[in-house]
Design a protein around this ligand. Structure first.
Ligand code: NAG
Ligand code: NAG
Ligand code: NAG
Ligand code: NAG
Ligand code: NAG
Ligand code: NAG
Ligand code: NAG
Ligand code: NAG
Ligand code: NAG
Ligand code: NAG
Ligand code: NAG
Ligand code: NAG
Length: 709
């Protein structure tokens, strides 16, 4: 009998003992198999939370809002639905029982990090013949153990190897940074990214909350700088910061309530939001608000101005109560090195100010040559480039360091210097001393620059994704796609896993298919490649029958059907579907006859992520709208005649074909620092929630959504 896939368990030799590696993302390195008969997860009838610890929380992590063991247990049971299991109840109980998963806190057993210190994120997993016990160093450790369980159950077809072992992360900081300053991301997207991180045991989501496009002082006038794209994403009605978020950008900022929701939703899956407000460089949004605070280059604050530090303190005083993390990031990147002493004064003053609230401070490693002062050693340096600092030297000087070396930088969509996706080869081979990359590897080509693996001053890694070319370079989901295929591999290395490239490639799709709490792919369940098909030849006039076999019937509002055609005869006529959005890949086809009564700019199709519109408001060119941008074709859909349209999402590009003509590609035009333009593909989800409803008057037939392109 084939008990479990042989590839899942790999024998490894550890010093003096033998243990097995359970292949997962990350790997579970220390599992000892006790029986050849597997345990069937489908035999589990309850999840039991140890009565003694149901209200326990992990106080050692970065979050100030840690979930209880009971709360994590509830998240876990809802996640089990991803495996196709029926709903399993959660109970509290004094001890493990047959056919249950018992979640408890380990009172013995050391869970050690790479530096040999106790970590609250470790756990033991014991799979017996009758039931399972996960004992964590804390509730968070238990939650990570449940990730291992779900992954192994998927890979084993619900069969789990009987045995036990313990597991703990090598580093306490594991995650990513997203540049939300130069591109707005809706709250729901950030929460879905947290779910993505969490499934691979990443615990940190650093949000860069303010920034501006590069202020090219060589060619921009002061007026142009004052008008350049710059944003501050936190929106408080406190008079101290009135006007900091410009009125037209209030809808692209987070209120306290929204930011609380983001933080608590992420914390529920073990992910802490680390907020960053950037100054005294990358601070154009502040000098657009108070121009007197800027230097000649308005993106740099004049620290000698008597109001600069008080202004930054007022900002932090306003927002510190919003932040539920022990650490905050004050930016401090790329300032004028001729003003090094001002810079250091700024950093240390803000550090004391914020430090008095009990928070730890992080800054970007920045080369500020001064003979007289240094930044305080209780500030954590987030290293990003060797021309700015030498992280090993900083460690020797007594600083703690987060590894954000730009060997894993991504600049979304286009860059003269950085890639657009994570370099997976570098993840698996990037240690210059041999083998895989790990968080203590700052330099991927020169081992002399890397401290030992066990150095306690390396906190971990935060891989950064930047939006140098702003809002219109990318859609929201293109940030996800930049990470999608490589980030889980990096998560393995951030944890201290030993996954090989071949193993990763073999299990990625299975792992990706069950990540709870998100549908970033905007996948739609379907029996065949035909996801939805409306022939408009059946239905009662209100219900539109889906002939795909998936039952995605639509509803007609103020419209009529006859002979395979649906007529939308008033501006509010519409057809709604039970779907919303379809991600890569898709072909959305329809036969369409817009009436000349339809105004320019009316919406043909809309969904959660996008819309297809008949003009951008001024020109009649057909356009796809995503976020706050319209991407227009040089094509106008004719009125009062029938045209077949195929909207095609293929990989990272989007096309439209009319009447079997050539595919026309939707492109975005990036402005490169005021110097040049760059035309790039844009990947937009298919809008499939609604036809019409916003001015469209006309007829439609043969509406079909395929899952391929
Ligand atoms: C870890 O914690 C345990 C229990 O609190 C303690 O006995 C042990 O000495 C600690 N180990 C280290 C390396 O600090
Ligand atoms: C597995 O056990 C070995 C030996 O005890 C230890 O060095 C290693 O850190 C452990 N790995 C994990 C991920 O716990
Ligand atoms: C910075 O502020 C100081 C104090 O107000 C002022 O003397 C100085 O001219 C300012 N520097 C610039 C470049 O504006
Ligand atoms: C760091 O040390 C400085 C003194 O050097 C102190 O003012 C500040 O409050 C400390 N910050 C933290 C976060 O402990
Ligand atoms: C888009 O996909 C193509 C083909 O797969 C690839 O060559 C290109 O680098 C991708 N572009 C971006 C910005 O990812
Ligand atoms: C990926 O990383 C490897 C190893 O560091 C390097 O040799 C290769 O050039 C990188 N690929 C790209 C496209 O940058
Ligand atoms: C490697 O780094 C060390 C320490 O920074 C430096 O002295 C040495 O020149 C570097 N080697 C190469 C080949 O760049
Ligand atoms: C429509 O597109 C044209 C050409 O790109 C542009 O000049 C115009 O400002 C756009 N209108 C709107 C409302 O975006
Ligand atoms: C925010 O409002 C502006 C101005 O009304 C609009 O152009 C933009 O599309 C809106 N942004 C979002 C994300 O809805
Ligand atoms: C748009 O297409 C028309 C004809 O189809 C052509 O004459 C015109 O030059 C095109 N405009 C652009 C900006 O490509
Ligand atoms: C989408 O199409 C692209 C280009 O043909 C292909 O590389 C990619 O694997 C497809 N993606 C899916 C999810 O089928
Ligand atoms: C996109 O934004 C840039 C500014 O970053 C601007 O130069 C460019 O014209 C914009 N593209 C479109 C199509 O609006």
């Amino acid at each position: 009998m084939h008990l479990f896939r042989a590839a899942l368990i790999v024998s490894v030799s550890l010093v003096g003992l033998s243990a097995n590696t359970l292949v997962g993302i990350p790997t579970f390195n220390n599992f000892t198999v006790a029986s050849t008969t597997p345990f069937l997860l489908s035999s589990v009838t309850s999840v039991l939370v140890d009565t003694r610890f149901q209200d326990s929380v992990d106080l050692n992590g970065e979050t100030l809002i840690p979930p209880t063991l009971l709360a994590f247990a509830q998240t876990f049971t809802s996640d089990l639905l991803e495996l196709g299991l029926p709903t399993i109840p959660v109970h509290v109980a004094g001890s493990a029982q047959p056919d249950s998963i018992f979640l408890t806190i380990s009172t013995d057993g050391d869970f050690l990090d790479a530096a040999g210190r106790n970590t609250s994120e470790g756990y033991t997993l014991t799979i017996g013949e009758q039931g399972i016990v996960i004992a964590g160093a804390s509730p968070l450790g238990v939650f990570w153990g449940t990730r291992t369980l779900i992954q192994q159950a998927k890979l084993g077809g619900l069969q789990l190897p009987v045995g036990s072992g313990s597991d703990s992360p090598g580093w306490s900081t594991r995650g990513v940074m997203l540049d939300t300053g130069r591109h707005y991301y809706p709250p729901g997207f950030l929460v879905e990214i947290c779910a993505y991180l969490s499934f691979f045991k990443q615990n940190t989501f650093h949000l860069h909350l303010s920034d501006n496009l590069f202020n090219n002082v060589d060619i921009y006038s002061r007026e142009r700088s004052l008008d350049l794209y710059a944003a501050f994403r936190l929106n408080s009605d406190d008079p101290a910061v009135a006007g900091l978020v410009r009125p037209y950008r209030l809808n692209e900022s987070y209120t306290r309530e929204t930011f609380d929701d983001i933080q608590s939703s992420c914390a529920a899956r073990g992910v802490t939001i680390i907020p960053e407000i950037e100054a005294p460089g990358h601070a154009l949004v502040i000098s657009q608000w108070k121009p007197e605070l800027g230097l000649a280059d308005l993106s740099l604050l004049n620290i000698s101005h008597p109001d600069t530090i008080p202004t930054m303190e007022a900002i932090w005083r306003t927002f510190l109560p919003w932040f539920h993390s022990k650490s905050v990031h004050i930016g401090a990147d790329e300032y004028d090195s001729s003003l090094a002493n001002d810079y250091i004064l700024f950093v240390n003053t803000l550090s004391s100010f914020i430090g008095s609230s009990g928070k730890n401070i992080r800054i970007w490693g920045t080369n500020e040559p001064s003979n007289t002062s240094t930044v305080s050693r209780n500030i954590t340096i987030q290293h990003w480039e060797f021309f700015e600092d030498n992280p090993f030297d900083l460690i020797k000087e007594g600083y703690t360091v987060v590894n954000s070396d730009d060997s894993f930088y991504i600049v979304n969509k286009f860059s003269g210097s950085y890639p657009q996706t994570l370099n997976i080869t570098r993840i698996f081979e990037g240690n210059p001393a041999g083998g895989a990359w790990a968080p203590y590897v700052f330099d991927t080509s020169n081992a002399t620059n890397n401290p030992p693996r066990s150095d306690p001053r390396v906190l971990g890694q935060i891989a950064a994704l930047w939006n140098d070319y702003g809002e219109n370079a990318t859609t929201v989901s293109e940030a996800y796609y930049a990470w999608r295929d490589g980030l889980p591999a990096l998560a393995d290395k951030q944890w201290g896993g030993v996954l090989t490239r071949a193993q990763y490639d073999a299990i990625f799709d299975d792992m990706h298919s069950i990540i709870p709490g998100q549908n970033l792919d905007r996948a739609v369940a379907s029996k065949t490649d035909v996801i939805l098909q409306y022939n408009f030849d059946a239905g009662d006039g209100e219900t539109i029958t889906d002939s795909s076999g998936n039952g995605y019937d639509g509803t007609c509002h103020a419209c009529s059907i006859s002979d395979g055609v649906i007529s939308l005869s008033s501006a509010s006529s519409r057809l709604t579907t039970p779907l919303s959005s379809k991600g890569r890949n898709y072909t959305l086809s329809l036969f369409i006859n817009p009436s000349s009564q339809t105004p320019v700019g009316a919406t043909i199709l809309s969904g959660a992520d996008s819309a297809l519109v008949l003009g951008n408001g001024t020109l009649p060119s057909l356009a796809l709208v995503s976020g706050n941008q319209a991407y227009a074709l040089n094509y106008t859909l004719p009125r009062d005649v029938w045209t077949t349209l195929d909207l095609i999402g293929r990989g990272n590009a989007t096309f439209l074909r009319a009447d079997d003509g050539p595919e026309m590609q939707f492109l975005t035009v990036l402005g490169i620092n005021g110097v040049s333009f760059e035309w790039e593909p844009i990947a937009v989800e298919a809008p499939v929630a609604q036809i019409g409803g916003d001015g469209f008057i006309g007829r439609i037939a043969k509406f079909q959504l395929l899952g391929s392109a």
